[in-house]
Design a protein around this ligand. Structure first.
Ligand code: FMN
Length: 189
């Protein structure tokens, strides 16, 4: 059975990014996946503190907080979904702190080796980003995060929801729901 882990980075429960992710998760379950969901807003944690403990004394993040089980779940997943609203042109602070802690997935000499990742190969990752601005050219930050996660060894995908202001806007957009289902099929194949 494939394991899908969703890490939700919006503080709004049942908001746009979460609605899209939950449609993806439902389709993944239909396809036989085991789905685990973490809502970052409900957890107590900090960003990476740059202590280098994951490079010198351990092969995992040495910070003991609520993010540890999330990092472990992502490390053991076949597929991962990360979600965030666009806040001032960037991912939410909640998700950024998580992303920084994934530094622990990299080996000590990650710039000098051909495989910088500690993760097993073959993992897939999808980024779901929602924003109020309807313009496709505004805040197109998905490529830079896809590049980070490709460097970590993931096969990466992204889905952007544009022009989504009110928390229930995504639910009214059938094309986004279809894209979420198609993404599930790519992740769990
Ligand atoms: C603090 C804050 C900053 C925001 N900044 C932007 C922005 O820079 N560009 C944009 O298009 N939308 C911006 N938005 C709108 C959200 O990205 C948009 O409503 C998104 O769909 C929310 O997703 P969610 O319901 O999953 O939280 C901002 C919203 C908040 C609360």
């Amino acid at each position: 059975m494939k394991k899908l882990v969703c890490v939700l980075g919006s503080p709004r429960a049942s908001g746009n990014s979460e609605t899209i992710a939950m449609r993806l998760a439902d389709r993944a379950k239909e396809l036989g996946a085991d789905v685990q969901v973490f809502r970052l807003e409900e957890l107590t944690y900090k960003g990476c503190r740059g202590c280098m403990g994951c490079k010198t004394e351990s092969d995992e993040c040495v910070v003991e907080d609520d993010l540890k089980p999330v990092l472990n779940a992502v490390a053991s997943a076949d597929a991962v979904v990360l979600t965030s609203p666009i806040y001032f042109g960037q991912i939410s602070g909640q998700l950024k702190c998580f992303v920084d802690r994934t530094f622990s997935y990299l080996v000590p000499d990650f710039f000098k080796v051909s495989n910088p990742s500690r993760l097993n190969p073959g993992k897939k990752l999808a980024l779901i980003l929602t924003q109020g601005d309807p313009n496709e050219s505004a805040h197109n930050i998905a490529p830079e995060y896809e590049e980070i996660f490709r460097f970590m060894g993931f096969e990466t995908y992204s889905l952007r929801g544009l022009g989504l202001g009110a928390p229930d806007d995504a639910a009214k957009r059938p094309e986004l729901m279809r894209q979420a289902e198609q993404l599930a099929e790519r992740l769990i194949s």
